[in-house]
Design a protein around this ligand. Sequence first.
Ligand code: AMP
Length: 438
Amino acid sequence: MEILPVKGTHDIYEADAAVYSDLENRLIYMALLHNYKEIRTPIIEHTNLFVRGVGESSDIVNKEMYTFDDKGGRSITLRPELTAGIMRSIVSNKLYANADLPLRYFYLGPCFRYERPQAGRYRQFNQFGIEAIGAPNYLQDAEVISFGYHALFILGIDNVKVYINSLGDEASRARYREALKEYFAKHIDKMCGDCKRRFEVNPLRILDCKVDEDQEIIKDAPKLKDYLSNESKLYLNNVISLLKEVGIEAVIDDNLVRGLDYYTGVVFEYHVDKVEGADNVGALGGGGHYAHLLKEVGGPDLEGVGLAFGIERLVYVHSLTHKGGYELGPDFFVIGMNQEIIDKNFSLADMIRSKGIAVEANYEVKSLKSLLKTAVKKHAKFAIIVGEEEIEKKRLVVKNLRSQEQTTVELENFEATLESLLNEYEQESAKLALEGLK
Ligand code: AMP
């Protein structure tokens, strides 16, 4: 019986996996460039970490968590995001003690949300993110936002739009909550069940509702910007001005409130614009300022700001504009024509690899024709053919699988020859790529 993958999960392999690794490595490079250090936290955490951190009124906690009781009767949840776990880790390990603030961490790993699978939305997906904790001013917010923008550039994702908003300080949010309560009180009877619940717990979350009929009501709701204090407006403007200085035009979006309860102050999202097929996947990433999350999970009252990208969405948008180029294969495929030679090639392949050259070899006797076919299918650049005659004359035949040219290489100087053949191949590839652009 065939066992199917779990709904909302996906396998990533071969060329696709290479794209994932490539994009992830570039994000890590960007993180190191900004002096963020890696942090790895467990996939499972106590459920109440997310209830307290991400928030009881969020859709994530209410509807989307993979929660179970373990054999000891503890309520455990597969992390739906990483920020709360990182705050927990900072507290558990007292990472704030004796540290020069801000703490700066980057992370990469799988998250789990029981959402309806659709374009760009999975039940297991990967996030890369950064967190800066302990720098309560607008420079840190601006740095995190510009980090994300420049990281997308390094990934080759253009036409990025940054949307920004401020959720305001405590007093602004309290005033706004009251205004929303007053407005929605007149409409809540007609709204969906989720909105009724949100109305009771946190009316701000009603703005996240995706139901079309509710959207009609939501569009006329009071706007957050009309309730912001002067300090909050100034803070937001400071962030926007700093971003301008590094070439980023952040656009204010009044409706941007983000779906997690821990955000306070500045929030932001990255979207791509004008790329066909990209508009249906939603935000590539987003983040914001969180003033009290660390304290909420038992730590000191240090403010933080962070962002998270969904790797699946980055890979998808990348694939829309970067066709091909990820055909993975070895530099050389070593072909032995009989079992004795194949056995000898085991150490030959090992020696070539020790020079930093990628090699695979055949392990079973087959015809030359079928082995050459295999080499081509595996995207090898060259085949090295070793038959009885080659062993006798202490030489190898190297076949360029693109041009079909064959070269005979003496065994004594074969290392240097392999390297120069590879160099010539790469030069030729660059020339072909340039011609393709013309
Ligand atoms: P959030 O943690 O909700 O702020 O989401 C941050 C980013 O994670 C989003 O902008 C998406 O790129 C990605 N993301 C969130 N949920 C999913 C999902 N179900 N599937 C794939 N990516 C997701």
